[in-house]
Design a protein around this ligand. Structure first.
Ligand code: NAD
Length: 474
């Protein structure tokens, strides 16, 4: 596996000012060194992106789309290398890593084809009003460690097709796939259009406060999102914030318990629960509660928790020690308040492994119910009344996603309408599509990613309002 990684600044692959270890979470061993940028290197990257902007934005969208498609093709040609590296730094099983890279390629291609045509707002009595969209300039991408590649693709696609240039900063614990993407991009994109800098959590405020950065596209925790927004206020910088969630799954009483358990289990435990829109609380009707608990506990016990590079592994480790300790502490606390019906014991081995854990009989105010666990542990709660469960689902500072499961689809839709979240899926989960806007309500975010709404966020509306000039003085 590749171990030599460089930053990308102004089309050149360069060393950082120092390096730091990148840990494989399945072994807790450093397997590569990441080059670290300081403020001077960040400034060089921003200056390069600024210098590249006039020529890049002057291209037609079709020309920019062709570049993005070439980037997607080049990633596809190295998909196995990307996937293996992703498993090594992030922990997820190799098939899921390959799926993430495939989704990233699909996302880039979707944005390469997306256009924002001019809108004629008025055309009457000689008055023509046209709104068109212009790029913003240099945009920054700041990404977390749970899906380092696709969350970056979600930003590169709209940023570049709209005519902006980019400085990208990955999370310190998963920088390598972003650096590999930078290496691939270096051979394709004009110098300065896309730059990669890495840090150990020092560069964020310098990026969000940088006077030459017009917009920050941030995905991460709500706590950091607040800092990003506060810092961006100084320059009235555009921000897109994709933040945390505490998504509820509501199972309606006409769903067979076995089916409900399968769907909820998959939605809660994929990527070891480290998904912003993972199911983080499950609400189940009283009458089927015991059967549901038995079924979901059986699924959890059958999981193969192992190094993601090993064939057959279904759940990899938690990505980093800090998150591992947070999830472990939430489980320990939940043990004192509820009934652990699956998992709950940390294996005695190297690696940040946590078995899929299900906790029954918790009160609504238990930390595992109120907080975002971001790990493979699910509280299962019972309800008797549909209005009550909707109120409980909505009683959260978060509003990212949610799911409703019901055989009577219309009834499920009626419940979905009443959930205060950016996206509510009915009888499916994680149907995220670059052509469909994705956003959070309340403290789960600001602005959109994906779809035309997401693309617009990388542009400024520009209105031209014209009337003919009378030939005679008034
Ligand atoms: P985090 O907020 O700790 O870090 C995210 C990024 O912000 C990292 O690159 C980090 O280096 C950087 N950062 C740190 N301090 C900063 C500062 N002061 N200013 C600017 N940037 C700074 O998040 P995390 O722990 O890496 O990711 C997990 C969180 O991300 C979860 O809450 C999850 O729900 C959320 N998430 C949300 C979405 C979504 O689309 N809504 C998707 C994935 C993850």
């Amino acid at each position: 596996m590749k171990t030599d990684f460089k930053l990308l600044v102004n089309g050149k692959l360069i060393d950082g000012v120092s390096t730091f270890d990148v840990i494989n979470p399945a072994t807790e061993e450093a397997f590569a060194q990441c080059p670290r940028a300081d403020e001077a290197l960040l400034n060089q990257a921003v200056a390069a992106a600024k210098a590249a902007f006039p020529a890049w934005s002057a291209l037609t969208a079709d020309e920019r789309g062709a570049y993005i498609n070439r980037l997607a093709d080049a990633i596809e040609a190295r998909i196995d290398e990307f996937a293996r590296l992703l498993t090594a730094e992030q922990g997820k099983p190799l098939d899921q890593a390959t799926y993430e890279i495939g989704g990233s390629i699909y996302t880039l291609r979707a944005f390469a084809a997306m256009r924002l045509p001019d809108q004629t707002l008025r055309d009457e009595n000689g008055n023509t009003v046209i709104e068109h969209r212009t790029p913003l300039g240099v945009c920054a991408s700041i990404t977390p460690w749970n899906f380092p590649v696709i969350l970056l693709a979600n930003k590169i696609g709209p940023c570049l097709i709209a005519g902006n240039t980019m400085v990208s900063k990955p999370a310190p614990t998963t920088p390598l796939t972003t650096l590999l993407l930078g290496e691939v991009a270096a051979g394709i994109l004009p110098p300065g259009v896309f730059n990669v800098v890495c840090d150990q959590n020092e560069l964020g405020p310098l990026i969000t406060g940088h006077p030459d950065i017009a917009k920050v596209a941030f995905t991460g925790s709500t706590a950091t999102g607040k800092k990003v927004m506060a810092s961006a206020a100084e320059g009235i910088k555009r921000v897109t914030l994709e933040l945390g969630g505490n998504d509820a799954a509501i199972v309606l009483d006409d769903v067979p318990a076995k089916i409900a358990a399968q769907k909820v289990y998959a939605g809660a435990m994929a990527n070891a629960g480290q998904i912003c829109v993972a199911i983080k609380r499950a609400y189940v009707p009283e009458a089927m509660y015991d059967e549901f608990c038995t079924e979901i506990a059986g699924l959890a016990e059958a999981a193969v928790v192992d190094d993601g590079s090993k064939q057959g592994s279904t759940i990899g480790p938690i990505q980093n020690r800090m998150q591992y300790e947070k999830v472990r502490d939430l489980i320990e606390d939940a043990k004192t308040r509820g009934r652990v019906i699956a998992g709950g014991e940390m294996p005695d081995r190297k690696g940040y492994f946590i078995p899929p854990t299900v906790v029954a009989d918790l009160d609504e105010d238990a930390p595992l119910v109120r907080e975002e666990q971001f790990g493979p542990v699910l509280p299962v709660l019972k309800y008797a009344d549909i209005d009550d469960v909707i109120a409980r689902a909505n009683d959260s500072p978060y509003g990212l996603g949610g799911t409703v499961w019901g055989m009577d689809q219309q009834r499920a839709l009626d419940v979905a309408r009443r959930i205060d979240a950016g996206t509510v899926w009915v009888n499916q989960h994680l149907a995220i599509d670059p052509n469909i806007p994705f956003r959070g309500s309340k403290q789960s975010g600001l602005g959109s990613e994906h779809g035309l709404a997401g693309l617009m966020e990388y542009t400024q509306a520009h209105v031209i309002n014209a009337v003919p000039l009378a030939a005679e003085p008034a």
